[in-house]
Design a binder for this molecule. Structure first.
Ligand SMILES: [Zn+2]
Length: 268
């Protein structure tokens, strides 16, 4: 399946017997240090990673076998569209891996410098983002909906990485996964107004008096503002809302609780 942004994907595995996913080209040089992935959401190959659904736990096990990480040590947050960032330590290993109850509560970004603790967030239209500090060997996984985006959850994540691990933006490499595209994320003026600080991400649709927001660009701009280099950011641009064969979309199917996963782990 060679769709959009192929240049930003270095390993697209669409084999039915394996868990379909992309890897971000920006991390290819660090393949011996980290593994990062973003999964697809095909109805044909059941790939839902939401623990609340029947197949979620088993799908996480199959994902871990495909990617090659230890699912028992994976950490996931209870996502609440907050801009809360939590530093994961060794004693957190396994929280939210296969049980909803043990997730890190009320959190939308996780960071760690512990090896062999995969961090994963779930999305279906929101922006999934992973980060790798190549100098200090620290990682992050971020769930950025429009609320998290405009609350600058990317900047808050990097600030906590700086505090905990001494990270500097110039050493941070970023993968931004598929989300609802700039031609599909239509909002009313009450949401558009919140993006006044970055008007280049907002397009007015005059005939409907609606606004289209580019969430990937918004996150890139905020990361640039604190010193992440553009050439260190890789974006997979497929629109989750349009591409129903490839992705889950909350907006397209509001009753559908299926979720894709985006994660990163420091190799042991
Ligand atoms: Zn679209």
């Amino acid at each position: 399946m060679d769709i959009f942004a192929r240049n930003n994907i270095f390993d697209a595995d669409m084999n039915d017997r394996m868990f379909p996913h992309y890897k971000f080209s920006i991390f290819e040089p660090f393949a011996n240090k980290i593994v990062a992935f973003t999964t697809l959401g095909s109805q044909g190959v059941h790939t839902d990673l939401n623990l609340r659904n029947e197949n979620g736990p088993q799908n996480r096990v199959e994902l871990s076998q495909t990617i090659g990480f230890d699912v028992a040590r994976m950490v996931t947050p209870e996502q609440t569209h907050s801009c809360n960032v939590v530093a994961v330590s060794e004693e957190d290993a396994g929280r939210g891996a296969l049980s909803v109850d043990s997730r890190i509560p009320d959190t939308d970004a996780l960071i760690t410098n512990c090896k062999n603790i995969p961090l994963m967030i779930l999305t279906a239209d929101c922006v999934p983002i992973v980060m790798y500090d190549t100098k200090n060997n620290a990682i992050a996984a971020i769930h950025a909906g429009w609320r998290g985006t405009i609350a600058k959850i990317t900047i808050k994540t990097i600030e906590l990485m700086a505090e905990k691990y001494g990270s500097e933006p110039e050493n941070i490499y970023v993968g931004i996964g598929p989300c609802i595209g700039k031609h599909c994320f239509e909002v009313d003026s009450d949401v558009a107004e919140k993006f006044a600080e970055i008007p280049e991400c907002v397009n007015w649709v005059a005939n409907r008096n609606k606004f289209l927001i580019d969430l990937q660009m918004a996150n890139k701009i905020f990361m640039n503002k604190i010193g992440v280099h553009s050439h260190n950011i890789c974006t997979i641009e497929g629109c989750t809302h349009c591409n129903h064969d490839d992705f889950y979309s909350y907006r397209r199917n509001p009753g559908n609780s299926f979720r894709m996963g985006t994660g990163i782990v420091l190799s042991a």
